[in-house]
Design a protein around this ligand. Structure first.
Ligand SMILES: Nc1ncnc2c1ncn2[C@@H]1O[C@H](COP(=O)(O)OP(=O)(O)OP(=O)(O)O)[C@@H](O)[C@H]1O
Length: 586
């Protein structure tokens, strides 16, 4: 570090002025000037000392100290003559030069520091501006910055990536879209910052950003970071679903009834479950009942019974060949329920012998039974009428629903009027139907009765015949599907085919309902016409006659009626028409 001429000049100017002023003061005022100078030096020295000690303003402290120095020097100059004057001048000048040098040493890096400080300030300012800009973009609703990479192999893929970005500010790691028969299917690879459940719950926003009309169905992908989106354009349930013949091997097989919006078949488990079918008139309830009857009748280990109390039994008579029997009067309905109760007891004993919990036809030797009731409200109305409380059909039905499932005996109840009144005034009866299906149903109270508080089940929103909502243990969330349309001609053809193949329940193990007739012989004849061949015990049951009356009437009918020793049954001659269906009890 060097002293410049300017440094030397400024360092010597102050001592020279003070020294010069002091010499003039001595020449003018002599010792008085020296006294004043010393007093002034003492006072300013004291001020400097105090202000340093009490941390007053630095300029006051340093200024007072400088004054004290200057007046000390002036005093020395005034009293001391030429020698001390020169000496004081030299000391002052040297002190000033030294102070100058110290100052220059301490301030040698100040420029660099200043520059660095300026750069820092500038960087902070730029950062501040960037943050401000981002904040403005995020809080401006329509400003959608392009995602980092929203491109895809196709226009659809780019649209999907853009929609996810617009809705959630998330960039998909991958997106593959393929077209399907009904729309398209996308496999979305989610970034680590987005999980499947979050995307599911926010899907309506993504769907809104895609701006398409149609339905979405979301499934888990094979990887935990994948979500599969099925999109269906328009409403695929607009067109009727054709009937497809299907043959289940056992009653344990699920029954396919309809097709969902994604073209997938919908099947329900009917083994060990009662089924409730509700719906307003003209929306396909009967068609569904017929479809179920056809499906079940085709299973070799299954038998069907029917209850149709409307005059003439219009719904179930066309499927009469598939039914073991059809109850169409209150008496027959009671007999059916009583027979089911007796059958239940027998099956209970068989299960206990085997140590089993559930009925398996192949193992326990008797078929699964389905009792189809159309219309359930009519059964309850007529079956309860004029009877004592303990003999009401609604109580029998309720105990049937509560007990029979595990014994392989099931009920399929179809009704237009699902209400607690129809189910014996007790809502619990409804709870025994594990499978509940509804076609369109306007009445909200009825809908509530069928689906309870299960959310989203609004059968009033269904618009087309055959369109249904299904609530079963396997289908716990609402989704629309359309029942296969079994047209009249298909139904008749299938009934004829199945009638040829369906075996009647074994003699001795079947339900025998009362046979009408004005004389004993007429009753016997009618019973044999209806049931083919019958044991004596069965004839007693059908006619309400005693053993001797049955034998007398049967013998009187000879030769039209004969007894077959092999099977120990009575039958009408010729027997060819029914023999094929009549299976002797083991
Ligand atoms: N699955 C279906 N797909 C398309 N159309 C159907 C379907 N089921 C029924 N339909 C149409 O709806 C009409 C009424 O059907 P269905 O007789 O089964 O209704 P319902 O509700 O039982 O009426 P009701 O109680 O008055 O007898 C049928 O004639 C047919 O035209």
């Amino acid at each position: 570090m060097k002293l410049t001429a300017a440094d030397l000049a400024t360092s010597t100017i102050a001592p020279s002025i003070v020294t010069g002023a002091a010499l003039i003061a001595e020449w003018q005022y002599g010792d008085h000037a020296a006294v004043v100078e010393f007093l002034t030096a003492v006072v300013t020295g004291k001020v400097a000392f105090v202000s340093f000690a009490k941390k007053w303003s630095p300029s006051l402290s340093w200024g007072a100290l400088a004054m004290a120095g200057a007046f000390t020097q002036a005093g020395v100059t005034t009293v001391g003559g030429a020698g001390p004057t020169a000496y004081a001048w030299l000391v002052s000048a040297a002190t000033a030069v030294a102070a100058r040098l110290v100052y220059k040493h301490h301030t040698r890096h100040d420029d660099v520091k200043l520059n660095m400080e300026a750069v820092k300030l500038q960087t902070a300012l730029v950062g501040q501006q960037i943050r401000q800009q981002q904040l403005t973009k995020l809080t401006t609703p329509d400003a959608v910055p392009a995602g980092p990479d929203l491109s895809g192999r196709t226009v659809e893929e780019r649209q999907m990536r853009t929609a996810v970005w617009e809705a959630l500010r998330q960039e998909l790691a991958g997106c593959l879209i393929e077209t399907t028969d009904v729309g398209w299917k996308a496999v979305l690879d989610l970034p680590p910052t987005l999980d499947r459940d979050t995307l599911r719950s926010r899907w309506p926003r993504v769907a809104g950003a895609l701006r398409v009309d149609g339905a979405f169905h979301l499934d888990d992908g094979p990887l935990s970071s994948q979500l599969v989106v099925n999109y269906v354009a328009g409403d695929p349930l607009d067109t009727a679903v054709p009937y497809e013949s299907e043959r289940g091997a056992t009653f344990l097989d699920p029954v396919v009834i309809s097709r969902d919006e994604f073209g997938q078949p919908v099947a329900i488990e009917m083994a060990y479950s009662h089924t409730l079918i509700a719906g307003s008139s003209k929306f396909g309830k009967s068609t569904l009942v017929r479809l179920l009857a056809i499906r079940l009748a085709g299973r070799p280990d299954t038998v069907l019974y029917g209850v149709d109390m409307k005059p003439g039994s219009p719904e179930l008579t066309p499927m009469r060949p598939l039914l073991q029997d059809l109850a169409s009067t209150p008496e027959e309905a009671h007999a059916l329920m009583d027979w089911m109760k007796a059958e239940l007891d027998e099956r209970g004993a068989i299960l206990a012998d085997h140590g089993d919990q559930e009925w398996i036809p192949a193992k326990h030797g008797r078929p699964a039974v389905y009792v189809i009731v159309d219309e359930h409200a009519e059964l309850v109305r007529q079956g309860d009428k004029g009877r004592k409380k303990s003999e009401r059909i609604s109580d029998k039905v309720e105990s049937f629903l509560a007990l029979n499932r595990a014994y392989g005996i099931h009920m399929i109840s179809a009704t237009q009027q699902p209400s607690s009144g129809v189910f014996g005034g007790k809502t619990d009866a409804r709870g025994n139907y594990a499978n509940r299906i509804s076609t369109r149903m306007n009445d909200r109270a009825h809908a509530m009765f069928v689906f309870g508080r299960a959310s989203g089940y609004n059968p009033g929103d269904l618009t087309k015949p055959g369109e249904i909502l299904v609530n079963t243990p396997d289908h716990a969330r609402p989704f629309r599907s359309r029942v296969q349309w079994l047209r009249g001609e298909d139904f008749r053809r299938e009934v004829a085919r199945l009638a040829r193949e369906t075996a009647k329940a074994p003699v001795g193990k079947r339900l025998i309902l009362p046979a009408p007739g004005s004389s004993n012989q007429e009753k016997i004849r009618n019973a044999l016409v209806k049931y083919g061949n019958m044991q004596r015990r069965e004839l007693e049951q059908a006619t309400g006659l005693g053993e001797k009356q049955v034998l007398d009437a049967a013998r009187a009918l000879r030769p039209d009626v004969e007894r077959c020793e092999d099977t120990q049954t009575w039958r009408i001659v010729p027997a060819a028409a029914w023999e094929a269906q009549a299976i002797a009890s083991p």
